[in-house]
Design a protein around this ligand. Structure first.
Ligand code: SF4
Ligand code: SF4
Length: 174
């Protein structure tokens, strides 16, 4: 492994830990409205793809799972077990770490000016105008971490930005 690739993987690992630290208070702020728990897997959809550096971390940390394990049947994430729990939870990709949080991001509006969009898992939404009324600081901003992941990928594979489906990590394809 090249020094740059090793640095990139180490950076992604630390970035995952930082995401956990930053998202924890947002989870607490959701209070009893937050329904996320082990076995609740409606957000663990099939066909999820991640930056190759995140896939490489999963492969390095869970060699037995991906070489000898079987993927979950198609229709849900390949990493789920029979009880609906993630078999690589501690090393799950970034996108999985913020699922369930109120999310906000910017899109170009009709006049070209940025417009903020928001979303949250329906199970975690108390309804009404709760989501739109949340202060921005109570929502996870999509964008900054994605940019850092892209930078780490560029360090690991200059000139390329490969993405990898989680299902493709398994030697045995279901
Ligand atoms: S990697 Fe784990 S947390 Fe992420 S979608 Fe798959 S099963 Fe769910
Ligand atoms: S985001 Fe929704 S589907 Fe996913 S674990 Fe949380 S409550 Fe369940």
């Amino acid at each position: 492994m090249s020094p740059d690739r090793a640095r990139a993987l180490d950076y992604v690992d630390k970035l995952h830990q930082l995401v956990d630290q930053l998202s924890a208070p947002l989870e607490v702020a959701q209070g009893p409205a937050r329904q996320c728990r082990r076995g609740c897997a409606g957000c663990c959809v099939d066909g999820l793809s991640v930056f190759e550096v995140e896939a490489a971390l999963l492969l390095a940390r869970h060699p037995a799972l991906f070489t000898a394990g079987a993927p979950h049947p198609r229709g849900a994430c390949a990493l789920l077990d029979a009880d609906g729990a993630c078999r690589a939870y501690a090393d799950r990709p970034y996108v999985c770490r913020t699922q369930g949080l109120p999310l906000r991001w910017a899109e170009a509006g009709p006049a070209g000016a940025p417009v903020e969009r928001r979303d949250v898992c329906a199970l975690n939404d108390p309804g009404g105008d709760h989501l739109v009324a949340l202060p921005a600081a109570a929502c996870w901003a999509i964008g900054p971490v994605e940019q850092r992941l892209a930078a780490a990928q560029a360090l690991a594979t200059p000139g390329e930005a490969p993405r990898v489906t989680l299902r493709s990590l398994f030697s045995t394809q279901g």
